[in-house]
Write a protein that binds this ligand. Sequence first.
Ligand code: MG
Length: 212
Amino acid sequence: MARIFCVGRNYHAHIKELSNDIPDCPVIFSKPDSALVAPDAGEIPFPRGGRVLHHEVEVVVVVGKDGIPRDAADAVGYIGGLAIGLDLTLRDVQNDLIAKSLPWEKCKGFDHSAPLGTVHPFDPAAMHLDDISFSCSVNGKLRQDGNTSRMIFPIPEILMEISKYWKLRQGDMIFTGTPEGIGALEPGDTIKIQSPLLGCFRWKIGAGKDPQ
Ligand code: MG
């Protein structure tokens, strides 16, 4: 079974826009595999369980082998592929859960909450983990424009933190956090994510809400 890990609060400007505190170690949560949406799926159904659906475009690391890295340099050898994806979030549900100090599964791990682009094999000579540009636009308007150089915890450190608790497995997917510019999606919107290195992918936000 594919495992999907995610990092929360990894870009300063995004932390600021949500008025959160800067974490002293990476915030990690996970999603079930029913969250995945394929690059060519066409549509992302609007979730049934909340009202405020936010896009969070992120670089995604795919683990290439099983094991526990010794240190950050060794962790780079565990990267098998890179992609871009969306950590879709029900912000109204999340705010309610945070206010009650409850876990995040309902707001982060719902069905279809992890649309993912094509995975590119990791080539350390051609792909610089600390300089990957990526962006997200909705209905043709740019909303998020990020670069991994602005991460608080770089990718090797994220792998080290995850592997303190879970032995890495080939195929694990790790969403590495979103830059500023998050915003709401409505049924009928078209969302496009792109990166010069990792491709361009598009989905339409479907209906799916129960009739009011
Ligand atoms: Mg996120």
